[in-house]
Write a protein that binds this ligand. Sequence first.
Ligand code: FE2
Length: 286
Amino acid sequence: MGHFLSDQQVAAFVNDGFLVVPDFVNAERCLALRQRAMELAEQYVPSPEQATVFTADGKPQHTSDDYFLSSGEQIRCFFEKDAFDEHGGLRAQPHLSLNKLGHAMHDLDPVFSAFSRTPELAAVAHDIGMSQPLLLQSMYIFKQAHIGGEVTCHTDHTYLWTEPQSAVGFWFAIDDATRDNGCMWAVPGGHRLPVRSRSRLNDTRTATVTDVLDPEPYELDNLVSLEAKRGTLVLLHGAVPHLSAANTSDKPRHAYTIHAIDGAAHYLADNWLQRPTLPLRSFTHR
Ligand code: FE2
């Protein structure tokens, strides 16, 4: 297994809990993924009644809980809450009204799978100490012009809990992400603090509940903006607090994320995302 990251880059990731790697993917491959995402959006768009809308704090606000909870093995569409008018009708074409696609494009779609599995990604996962990286979920985030919603401060480990903590986000800028169109922000070193909440399935496995482990809000004075040109990879430690603002600009901010866990860690049976029939695979084609 070759190395990709320098010792300095690995040290920065360990220290900060995030790492920005410009020019990781060429623009042509980003645009091909963008095109494919738009096609999937048209192909898989559900009726609004079926769909899940995402609120500002990232919680799915369900017209159908099951549509969300069973999406770990599917390609599904989730709408922006501002996509609808006061009568419940869509303001724009469906594919321009989506918050995201999720959560198994990396296993179900050949274009997404090829983007998600490269020797470079396998090397990066190895470089940051993942012994058996497994691709758990993929999200294509549209962050549409004008209606792209904010994502409030959270950690990914909250949603993708393993013992010990192992989730890592591999975030790709498909469009340029700037402070104007809702780039990510993160708390440097925040991954060394204990994670403050855990989202899990309720006893009937019909909805998610949040266990608050520490009610103190995150200290946001030291937030760093993770501005990223198209093709940039941003690595995010699963315990680092991060957020993004709403996109009030006229430029979309498409991004693609893969969340990987370490197969050497225990994935909890009451995490919302379950994969009963689709085995998890690594960053290599096998
Ligand atoms: Fe996140």
